[in-house]
Design a protein around this ligand. Sequence first.
Ligand SMILES: C[S@@+](CC[C@H](N)C(=O)[O-])C[C@H]1O[C@@H](n2cnc3c(N)ncnc32)[C@H](O)[C@@H]1O
Length: 218
Amino acid sequence: MADNDSRAGARYADPDILAWTDARHAGLDPALARAFEAPGNEDMPAIQVGRSEGRLLHLLMRLVGARKVIEVGTLAGFSAVHLARGLAPDGHLWTLEFEPKHARVARANLAAAGLSDRVTVVEGDAVATLPTLEPLGPFDAVFIDADKGRYDAYGAWAAANLRRGGLLLADNAYFFGKLLDPARAEAAAVRRLHEQVGAHFDSVCIPTPDGLLLGIRR
Ligand SMILES: C[S@@+](CC[C@H](N)C(=O)[O-])C[C@H]1O[C@@H](n2cnc3c(N)ncnc32)[C@H](O)[C@@H]1O
């Protein structure tokens, strides 16, 4: 039941509340802090997932007992550390990254987190590298967080390579607030992903700051 202060359109998640709840649920140990701060320290774009989204990815991997996971878009490895820490004991994460510098920084961060043997950073354009990973599937989870103009292609790949009950996750599902912009080709690709996932997965778009799409493959 809504309390007396609730009203349509109200915003409750102010920065102080987010900082307070992050401190209790999404703390950063030294390895996570290193990966989270690396983009700022290494002159890379600071476009990693937020602390709560990272923690959510980790918990979701544990919930599905993930053994084989794909991430499209590594950056400095912040979300990869979360995903890898949520894997089953014999699990493995393949994380795909286009920029050699990002791949190098991520490998160093994953090594510092003690995860080098559980994570492979696959360097190259995901459109080319994803097909090479197909023989390792089916996968338990696919997290999409790279070039938005290919979100529909990544979604189609995930639908074909996830096990039944496997998880599809995609960050920036609101496309930076421009999801419904008819003039943006990338927005159209993200909308196509929503259409595919809505039609073929049990799904929800979680209202994180920029939307996190979650689907369970039927
Ligand atoms: C939003 S960042 C990933 C953030 C990371 N998932 C995290 O939360 O820590 C997107 C990354 O995808 C990479 N990328 C963009 N297009 C790509 C492609 N076609 N193939 C592989 N990586 C790509 C970018 O270089 C960038 O490092």
